[in-house]
Design a protein around this ligand. Sequence first.
Ligand SMILES: Cc1ncc(COP(=O)(O)O)c(C=O)c1O
Length: 443
Amino acid sequence: MRYPMNYRDLDRRHLWHPYTRRSAAEAQAWPLIVSGEGPYLIDDQGRRYVDATASWWSCALGHSHPRLVRAIQDQAATLQHSITGNLSHPGAIELAARLAGLMPSPGRHVLFASDGSCAVEQAVKIAVQSHHNLGHPERHGFVALSDPYHGDTLGSVSVGFMDAFHRPYRNLVFPVTQVTLPAGHPLSEPADAEARFAPIAETIRARADALAGIVVEPLVQGAAGMRMYPAVYLRMLADLARETGAVLIVDEVAMGYGRTGRMFAFEHAGIDPDIVVMGKGITGGATPLSATVVKDRIYDTFTDGPDGDRTFFHGHTWSGHPIGCAAALETLRVYEEEAILEGVSERVQTLDETVQTLDGAPGVRDVRVFGLIAAIELEPGPDLRRRTDAIRDTLREQSILIRPLGPVVYLCPPLNIPMVMLQDTAEKVVRAVHRIARPPSSR
Ligand SMILES: Cc1ncc(COP(=O)(O)O)c(C=O)c1O
């Protein structure tokens, strides 16, 4: 299909691109994507690009997976929407039960939303109200990690405050105590973990009486540049949440659905979170849907009766949208029948072996690979943006789409990307980094 020549102009004049600098929106130096197929995004000239970041880490099953297309079409022909407030429908019921069954222990209720941010927002409010319901309105504080990201609504901005993104809203957000976990590979077992965690535990214990919850990205902090920390610290945080009565909220929006090789990243730490937040990959990336999966211990505080109304007065129009639920249910079937998680383990080795060749290369500060994530952190310097932009542009010329995060060039492809394509993509990234990464001062 031919698209009108004036699309670029219309775009410039009317489309607000999220997380996009104005200069980039004006320049329009990007392809016009008109379709997707497997690991590819395809532009209006018919050129196929490898979607090497799975469209903001969401398209876990690539694009237009035939089974998801069929599930969406069938559902659209049957029931497009019906609310879950004082009504129900089979897709939402079945999906809630399936998600509950993915948790490490029985007893969960699931509140759906459409974006990760909204599902985090729900989790934060549920944690606060559950303490309120139990007669502890003073417990409304939160602990989060430093350099966090939990989305862009104000509650999720509060628990995920990042100065670079959120500075203008500093006066609107509620205060949150941030703690810094020592960096390291998620599967490493640092010998000094207890000692390094001790000051963090002290900080949290000192606030225990006012604490509603602890909110974490499990093992990998995506927006911080794929920052990684050892699973042992997540285990320690979970123990501390139990000790202090804080609700442990694990935000699996980015890492859930197999990105780290397990269905959920928290599984590597062997913990059982109070609330698990899911989004992105939950529908294979095919439609918007997110979920806040809550332990019944917490759900059971939301009662109404002669002693008071403790209803959760929160909900989104599209909560439990039938088409999203149908896509999510089919996604779970595809994960099983196409052995998606097993496929991740096979691919990790290829990715790791290829990308680790950059370790110690000029201009490269760090290389991190975990699950189907490869992050290459460049040395800082005044021309850092020029270097990351140049790597991005070089790869685009080779039909690979990436989107660096600050100093970090990373790959986060669809989980079912063909092995040969993964290898080829990783090799091209390695070559581009070798050629471009070094800051001018060290040339
Ligand atoms: C860990 C995490 N939580 C929440 C969000 C927000 O999700 P959404 O963009 O769907 O609102 C993101 C998005 O990248 C994320 O990485």
